[in-house]
Design a protein around this ligand. Structure first.
Ligand code: F0G
Length: 482
């Protein structure tokens, strides 16, 4: 993908695939978009997909599958126990990670549940570069706490640092000394750090953390859900790795981790998850939870068809042409918005383009959820569905007080191989319009706030009639355009 240069046209990302199955889309009128957003409680998770033109909510389970994945689904071995499909998936994981044991789970958070059940006790502390929503919820549910030791650069929205997901190594050491190894069951390394804009870690940093784990006798756990993008960034941004293949980088990381878990809704371009270990001893610590929570040991809650698709998807993840598509489209979107002066997280990470709501709508205070408000506004502006990654996505402190997010982001995920560049251009255009009209965007307040993972199904209302004013301005500017 990166290798093709243009003659007269400025270089743009060029797809190394063609599309052979399509789905019709609809774009409701702006007046209907205001209505639908309010029916959805101003929470983009609660919109109906039929009312969404560009679904940039997530890249989880919605990436386009390849012809080979589809073909592989036909040979799935549908048996409750001892399925050949499981053996094929395990062999592929052994081939790319070098791990011997595989525990299947229905998705990534199920793997997190099992890790937490197996290793977290009240009073335990789990250091990580940064938390992910479901990871933290499982750890705190069992009385543990999460300590984030990301480099300072990671929390700066704009930067030219190539690896903003890195651990701050001196802080990690100081934390271990302060807490004591007996209260630290594992250190979690999140590839492609989700909540700070899909920012990668360097191979060097991951290996340093793994070495610290060995030195102190603490388990190293890699969350490989976003490894795909991270591998690409290591290859193109880390000078020492430029001559390594994606497969070699993967193996180098995996050889140094005790446990690797992943959401196969992201890694492997299908739907599922699982946990890999090098040793039987570690596998046995978690094994009994699989039939209890997930399903028998050879499917773990996944459909065997999906497992076949994951096996092929993992192989395709080793192909730089395939894994570069997402990051290159995201980089294009980020660069176009930066040129217009729109505040976005830089450098471009994986996963999606992240609008920095704190600067986009600085007049909206934390208490009125600027990133959530921006999400509602962008749906009204263009039928584009993003995901709030700010204070609404945080959980309240144990004493019930709000924990405001370090970064108030609206994530515009770029599902792999799903949207064309003209659709990305459309999203960019509507973000630019919204930026020029940002003063019209107002805040939100909770009307229904669930106690756990409130961002998924909490309902909010606008603090004024700002959405109507925004829709009126849209009509004035765009006439009868959808
Ligand atoms: N870890 C990371 C880094 C993730 O990004 C996700 C999911 C999970 C774990 C949980 O996996 O969804 O299969 O249970 N991220 C999705 C997202 C939800 O939209 O970013 P899951």
């Amino acid at each position: 993908m990166a290798k093709v240069k243009f003659y007269k046209t400025p270089d743009i990302p060029l797809e190394m695939h063609k599309v052979r199955i399509v789905q019709k889309l609809f774009l409701p009128k702006v007046e209907d978009r205001v209505k639908y957003m309010n029916e959805a409680g101003n929470n983009t998770f609660l919109l109906q997909n039929r009312d969404v033109y560009m679904d940039m909510l997530t890249d989880s389970g919605v990436n386009a599958m390849s012809d080979r994945q589809q073909a592989a689904m036909m040979i799935a071995d549908d048996s409750y126990a001892g399925s050949e499909t499981f053996n094929r998936l395990t062999s592929k994981l052994t081939e790319i990670f070098g791990t011997k044991y595989f525990l299947p789970t229905h998705q990534g958070r199920a793997a997190e549940n099992i890790l937490a059940e197996a290793f977290v006790n009240p009073g335990y502390v789990i250091p990580m570069n940064f938390h992910f929503t479901t990871t933290k919820a499982h750890i705190t549910r069992l009385g543990g706490t999460v300590e984030e030791v990301i480099v300072a650069e990671g929390l700066k929205p704009t930067s030219d640092s190539p690896f903003k997901g890195n651990f701050d190594i001196p802080r990690l050491r100081a934390l271990i000394e302060e807490v004591g190894v007996e209260r630290i069951p594992f250190i979690r390394i999140e590839a492609g750090t989700n909540l700070v804009g899909g920012q990668p870690l360097s191979l060097e940093n991951m290996l340093e953390v793994a070495a610290i784990c060995k030195e102190y006798g603490i388990l190293s756990v890699l969350d490989a859900s976003l490894l795909q993008d991270n591998l690409y960034f290591i290859k193109v941004r880390e000078a020492a790795c430029k001559d390594m293949t994606i497969r070699e980088i993967t193996r180098k990381i995996a050889d140094n981790m005790d446990i690797i878990y992943f959401s196969a809704r992201k890694l492997g371009f299908a739907r599922g998850g699982g946990i890999c270990t090098h040793t039987e001893e570690l596998c046995l610590k978690m094994k009994e939870f699989i039939p209890l929570y997930e399903g028998f040991l050879t499917y773990g809650g996944m459909s065997v068809r999906e497992m076949e698709a994951i096996t092929v998807g993992l192989e395709e993840t080793m192909d730089e042409d395939i894994i570069s598509q997402g990051p290159m489209f995201i980089e294009y979107m980020v660069n176009e918005l930066v040129k217009y002066g729109v505040p976005v997280v830089t450098p471009a990470g994986g996963l999606g383009c992240h609008l920095n709501a704190s600067e986009f709508v600085p007049h909206i205070p934390h208490t009125q959820y600027p990133a959530g408000a921006l999400g509602a506004a962008l749906y009204i502006a263009g039928g584009v569905r993003g995901m709030e990654r700010g204070s609404i996505s945080e959980q309240r402190e144990p004493d019930g007080t709000e924990r405001y997010a370090e970064l108030e982001l609206l994530r515009l995920a770029v599902p792999r191989r799903v949207y064309t560049l003209s659709q990305i251009e459309y999203a960019i255009d509507r973000v630019k319009w919204l930026y020029d009209n940002r003063n019209l965007v107002g805040g939100l307040k909770f009307v229904e706030e669930p106690a756990v993972l409130r961002f998924f199904f909490g309902r909010l209302a606008p603090t004024s009639d700002w959405q109507q004013k925004l829709a009126d301005k849209f009509r004035a500017d765009f006439g009868d355009s959808l």
